[in-house]
Design a protein around this ligand. Structure first.
Ligand SMILES: Cc1cc2nc3c(=O)[nH]c(=O)nc-3n(C[C@H](O)[C@H](O)[C@H](O)COP(=O)(O)O)c2cc1C
Length: 198
């Protein structure tokens, strides 16, 4: 599924005003919106354009019920209130797509096939990078995102990805934030603390 992404979103809606969401309204999230998120997120740069991020959207109560017991106790209510929950995973067999997504790098597919440790590290590093882009894409699509790392990754992999090369890295709750659905903003490090000018 593809959509035309036409909205112009101010930076404040993605960065300075946007907040992590912990509770959501009952307003639904459409499949067209889920497609729009991907059509934005897919442009996040990744090494060799390898794009190892895979997304599983849980849209029904039945699908979410398979995930909720695998979340940290404090995280269950957050996902339960979200109309859609995304499981972000790294495809450790991403190299199979390299001849198409990076035709200039002949030989990379076979080199990575022979080096599993490097391939898995590359899959995880670049899926994490794409996960950051995914969170911002949720916001750019006019929705709110609640990323959560507190879950049983081995359990999620067994429940959703058995027999596949996918490894879960992050859960992202998606919807429209409820009125009391944010925590107050915690301080960010200042320019002088995080940046070095040489
Ligand atoms: C990788 C990652 C893992 C996180 N894990 C959790 C989590 O398990 N539970 C939770 O409630 N919030 C989790 N958070 C939310 C962060 O605490 C939140 O994004 C951060 O404090 C910034 O909040 P703000 O957007 O309101 O400024 C996670 C965020 C990220 C990016």
């Amino acid at each position: 599924m593809t959509t035309a992404v036409t909205a112009v979103v101010p930076a404040s809606a993605i960065f300075t005003e946007a907040h992590t969401a912990y509770r959501f309204t009952e307003a639904p999230v459409t499949d067209a919106e889920l497609a729009e998120i991907y059509d934005l997120a897919k442009f996040t740069p990744s090494a060799m354009n390898a794009q190892p991020l895979r997304i599983t959207y849980l849209r029904t109560a039945e699908a979410k019920a398979r995930l909720l017991p695998l979340l940290g106790g404090n995280n269950r209510d957050k996902s339960a209130s979200a109309p859609v929950v995304a499981i972000l995973a790294a495809d450790t067999d991403f190299h199979q797509h390299l001849p198409v997504v990076n035709p200039q790098s002949a030989g990379a597919k076979d080199a990575l096939a022979a080096n599993e440790a490097h391939r898995v590290q590359m899959a995880r590093n670049n899926a994490w990078l794409q996960a950051g882009g995914f969170i911002l894409a949720v916001r750019a699509a006019g929705l709110d995102a609640g990323p959560m790392g507190g879950f049983d990754a081995a359990g999620v992999d067994a429940e959703f990805f058995a027999g596949t090369p996918l490894k879960s890295i992050l859960i992202v709750n998606i919807g429209h934030v409820a009125e009391d659905g944010n925590f107050p903003r915690n301080p960010r490090l200042g320019f002088d603390q995080a940046v070095t000018l040489l």
